[in-house]
Design a protein around this ligand. Structure first.
Ligand code: M6R
Length: 607
């Protein structure tokens, strides 16, 4: 995790660096810091806590036009001033910001200690500036020293380095952590992602693994790991910058929840025409390859994994191929069976999740065909996968994922239909009706979002609870998992999601007077059984909140929210929305920071 920013230009670097850091705070907000090259030294200002805390420091004293900056998600060493980046070497010749983890830092630290270096922080990062200095004492060359130091590092890193003795350049390099360089005629910007510097440039160099860039005001030179000069292509990206602003909403999460009619409309519009034709750009998945596939993995983390779970049944019904949905961090270490008859689909909003990317590389190495489904154009995952499909949901800033999830489900369903049509063996009527239902989704989402106050009132009554349970059967269980994750990550209320039928195998022991149980009931075939499960918790004193698209007769539930009917495979797109609002309003009731919940970051770029 962590976000890094760099600037080389003619303007005062500090406001630009702070602005970039604010855009990157979604990657971590445990501490922040800035280094600038001043006339006689490197100035270094850093602080525990949010980026805005930098305004309480003496940042007006910084005049340099070249600088680097960092916002931290703590891995090694608690959030504190001394563990904040940038880190300087002992002689204060080099300053470094780093995103990633140096796995062999203990070994490097003891090597440096034997060479009389000392350490001020508990971080893995502090070895980097000192190691660069160690080589600098031998070769007196900035670039060579950074290169030699990087050859010693194991793990993942995107780093930016300033050198007191080089008043013109910063050097950047990446290995398994993202880094992009934005360029204008007069200024160069470095960032962990494109949106953070979009207000400055639309033209970017995307650094690949083990590539170095030496960036000055007038030019950028690129090098490979052996310091051979290489050429890089400048890429142009158009993003709508206004969609990363709050537009009058109190929080990004609320804005993103209410954007769902449009984000889903965009996902559909990009891949499925109003006359039901599916098209994917640059997606040359051959019929022979598809015929050869005998198993599908959908691999992801967190909410993206829940989107995968919701779509398992669509793929199995339409393609008659077994589908396994896996958590990326488990998949990559369990020696899964993968061969050239395997299709592996990786879902990631950010396209930067370390475990998901590693799991993709594993499948690719073993001969599988790989598809990345992501929201971020040019993200790391798209550079690894055989094929990439974009959700086009627009920037998702809040840590809690909402609109990305609904768009992922839409896109996965469209992909399943596309494959079924290519193979030509699924029931055409069924496919057509599914496509028609997909086209109706934006209006149905609008309907669900019409009365948020109903949910707000329910949320108020449960905000003080210690535990909340979510139940569902079949596809509703996958929504229960996602609703439970949403609630715990932003409201800090303990919650569990269970398949309703599993309740009496243990967890029902936890149901007592006053416990809140939220049930999702959208599957007509499983309705009666699910209703019986709700009765079982009512009999034990639970208060019940039901989300349903069915007509419930004589129900004795405390709260019911009705949502429109749709095809069973698409129901999570509608049933999750009241539950996203439920989590949101509970967190607001508790006065919590909804967009930046504690201990979390938007992009999980470390294992
Ligand atoms: O960017 P990704 O979709 O790969 O991120 C995966 C998870 O980290 C993410 O969905 C996480 O669980 C969200 N905070 C959930 O709201």
């Amino acid at each position: 995790m962590c976000g890094i920013i760099g600037y080389v230009g003619k303007k005062n670097a500090t406001p630009i660096l702070i602005n970039g850091l604010l855009n990157l705070e979604y990657r971590g907000y445990d501490s922040a810091g800035i280094s600038t090259l001043e006339s006689t030294c490197i100035s270094n200002i850093k602080t525990k806590g949010r980026v805005k805390n930098l305004y309480d420091k003496d940042i007006d004293s910084l005049e340099g036009t070249i600088g680097i900056a960092h916002t931290r998600w703590a891995t090694h060493g608690k959030p504190s001033d001394e563990n904040s980046h940038p880190h300087l070497d002992n002689s204060k010749t080099f300053s470094v910001v780093h995103n990633g983890i140096i796995e062999n830092y203990k070994e490097l630290k003891s090597f440096l200690e034997q060479n009389n270096y000392y350490f001020l922080s508990q971080t893995d990062t502090e070895v980097i500036p000192n190691l660069i200095h160690y080589y600098y004492t031998k070769n007196n060359n900035f670039l060579k020293s950074v290169n030699e130091a990087c050859k010693c590092l194991k793990g993942s890193y995107a780093i930016e380095v300033l050198c007191k003795n080089d008043k013109d350049n910063i050097i950047v390099v990446r290995h398994d952590s993202p880094l992009v360089i934005g360029v204008n005629e007069d200024d160069k910007y470095v960032s962990s992602d494109i949106p953070a510097i979009l207000s400055y440039s639309n033209n970017f160099y995307l650094l690949d693994n083990d590539e170095f860039a030496m960036i000055s005001n007038s030019e950028i030179n690129f090098y490979d790991i052996n310091l051979n000069k290489i050429e890089k292509k400048l890429k142009h990206f158009d993003y709508d910058i206004t969609s990363s602003q709050k537009n009058g909403y109190e929080d990004f999460m609320l804005k993103e929840i209410f954007e769902q009619p449009n984000s889903v409309r965009e996902t559909i519009g990009s891949h499925l025409s109003p006359d039901s034709l599916i098209s994917f750009n640059d997606f040359d998945f051959k019929l022979e390859d598809l015929k050869n596939i005998n198993q599908i993995y959908i691999v992801a983390c967190g909410t993206a994994m829940h989107a995968g779970l919701s779509c398992k049944n669509t793929f199995e019904k339409l393609l008659h191929i077994p589908v396994t949905v896996e958590i990326a961090s488990e998949f990559r270490y369990r020696n899964p069976i993968i061969d050239n008859k395997t299709l592996a689909i990786y879902v990631s909003q950010s396209g930067e999740t370390a475990d998901t990317i590693a799991a993709l590389k594993l499948a690719k190495t073993n001969g599988a065909k790989t598809i990345a489904i992501t929201n971020v154009i040019g993200s790391s995952i798209t550079r690894e996968a055989d094929f990439s499909l974009y959700t086009h949901a627009g920037p998702e800033i809040a840590v809690a994922s909402t609109k990305a999830y609904t768009s992922q489900i839409v896109l996965l369903n469209i992909l399943a239909i596309y494959f079924a049509e290519t193979l030509d063996f699924a029931d055409k009527n069924f496919l057509n009706s599914l496509k028609n239902e997909i086209l109706l989704l934006p209006n149905k989402i609008e309907y669900v979002l019409k009365n948020p106050d109903n949910i707000k009132n329910i949320a108020k009554t449960v905000a003080s609870k210690k535990d909340i349970f979510f139940l569902g059967r079949g596809i509703d269980y996958t929504v229960a998992l996602e609703a439970s994750l949403k609630l715990k990550e932003i409201s800090y209320i303990h919650s569990e999601a269970y398949a309703s039928g599993e309740l009496k195998h243990g967890p029902i022991a936890l149901i007592e007077n006053g416990v809140t149980v939220v049930s999702i009931l959208t599957d007509l075939e499983l309705l009666e059984k699910s209703i019986s499960n709700i009765e079982e918790v009512i009999a034990r004193g639970a208060s019940t909140f039901v989300i349903t698209n069915q007509e419930l007769v004589n129900s004795n539930y405390n709260y019911v929210i009705n949502i429109p009917k749709t095809n069973k495979f698409l129901s999570p797109i509608l049933s999750i929305i009241p539950l996203q609002l439920f989590a949101y309003y509970i967190a607001k009731e508790k006065n919590l920071d909804v967009d930046k919940p504690r201990n979390l970051a938007k992009s999980v770029t470390v294992e």
